[in-house]
Ligand binder design. Structure first.
Ligand SMILES: [Zn+2]
Ligand SMILES: [Zn+2]
Length: 253
């Protein structure tokens, strides 16, 4: 806790920060520390988070953060690549943070996660990012009723933070049609069919010729992401890359 500014200390007193994953109150010596994410996760969850990023992908053998595996449906839809932080499990640090972001607009947590996706994108889209004005970060909007209930969209929070880290613009390019059922209630082909009618190109969105980074919190079957990629490619996006925090284990290919 050396050299903590008065501003940071006041922030601690007023924000009373809790760990985004386990919800424990962050001790001042941790929250005011100097390591990345110290004001987001407790030291224990921070260590778990890092281990989850470095755990090896069962398909390619690379650490998750370096893994470039992508569900085949995304490739078929025209996605160029996908980056994820780790495997999604409801009891993992990444998984618990994702669940927390659905309920609460934790900007610090979204920013922390985006800061770790950003270096991977700088490598994956190095050419496109030489002209950041050609890159647009966007997101798969959550269901209209979910947004109404919690007042924010977790994918939008992550997308805005990622755009900031990449020096690119963030703008909504997809919107919900309002005509689809919750994906959770469906399985297999029903999910795919449902997802295809869930989204449309947003008014004023002009993806033609742009490199688009499409953000969501978690990818399960890939159906919703696939629908988003397809719409963007059909509207002329030069390339679409996908970004998620977590990938469910069995759907990596
Ligand atoms: Zn914790
Ligand atoms: Zn892999």
């Amino acid at each position: 806790m050396k050299q903590v500014s008065v501003g940071r200390f006041l922030w601690y007193l007023f924000a009373v920060p809790h760990c985004a994953a386990c919800r424990k109150l962050l001790a001042p010596q941790d929250a005011l520390g100097r390591y990345a994410g110290c004001d987001v996760l407790c030291p224990n969850c921070r260590a778990n988070w890092e281990n989850e990023k470095l755990a090896l992908c069962s398909v390619c053998g690379e650490a998750h953060i370096d893994c470039r595996c992508m569900p085949e449906v995304l490739r078929q839809a025209g996605a160029e690549g996908m980056i994820h932080l780790g495997e999604y499990r409801a009891d993992s640090a990444i998984g618990r943070t994702v669940l927390r972001l659905k309920d609460t607009a934790l900007h610090r947590a979204a920013n922390f996660a985006a800061a770790q996706l950003a270096p991977a994108f700088r490598r994956l889209c190095a050419d496109a990012l030489r002209r950041p004005e050609q890159v647009i970060v966007t997101y798969l909007p959550c269901r209209i009723d979910a947004r109404r209930k919690c007042g924010h969209d977790q994918a939008e929070l992550i997308a805005r933070a990622l755009a900031h880290h990449l020096g690119a613009k963030c703008m909504p390019m997809l919107q919900r049609t309002g005509g689809a059922a919750p994906q959770k209630s469906l399985s297999g082909s029903a999910r795919k069919e449902n997802a295809q009618k869930a989204f449309m190109l947003a008014h004023h969105a002009e993806p033609a010729g742009k490199t688009v980074i499409l953000v969501d919190d978690v990818i399960t079957t890939g159906s919703t992401m696939e629908a988003g990629v397809r719409i963007l490619r059909e509207a002329g996006a030069a390339a679409v890359f996908c970004a998620v925090l977590g990938v469910t284990a069995e759907k990596k290919r």
